[in-house]
Write a protein of this length. Structure first.
Length: 128
């Protein structure tokens, strides 16, 4: 079965989806990613969907679920590279992707992750 590669970059995991997502592949990504967050003790996940032409309601929900699971595992999630047509489709389907942060590209997404993690560390430090 095909898998989507998950790369470790310091405290972050990078997922670049280069193939059309089908339901089984999305579920495998969810399982693989949650396992890697735990094993790598990652603080952030960046998912690049710039190669996706279409995101249906199931894939949209899976992205939201991945973000929710990541938060439970103490990792932030940022989705980058969303095409305008994909954004329009998600809104038309009524999917708000709550809890999913977005950025235009990988560079901005990594900066957003860095800032969120630094802010979270400051907050945790001030409440300790």
């Amino acid at each position: 079965m095909e898998r989507i590669p998950i790369l470790k970059m310091g405290d972050y995991l990078l997922v670049t989806i280069q193939v059309d997502m089908h339901d089984r592949l999305a579920m495998a990504l969810q399982d693989d990613l949650t396992g890697r967050i735990v094993s790598a003790r990652s603080k952030g996940v960046l998912i690049d969907i710039s190669a996706l032409e279409i995101v249906d309601s199931f894939i949209g929900r899976m992205l939201g679920d991945i973000a929710a699971m990541s938060r439970v595992l103490d990792a932030e999630t940022v989705v980058v590279g969303m095409r305008p047509a994909v954004a329009i489709t998600l809104v038309e389907l009524g999917l708000s992707l709550s809890g999913v942060r977005t950025a235009l590209n990988v560079e901005r997404g990594m900066e957003l992750l860095r800032r969120r993690i630094v802010d979270q560390a400051r907050t945790d430090g001030s409440t300790a």
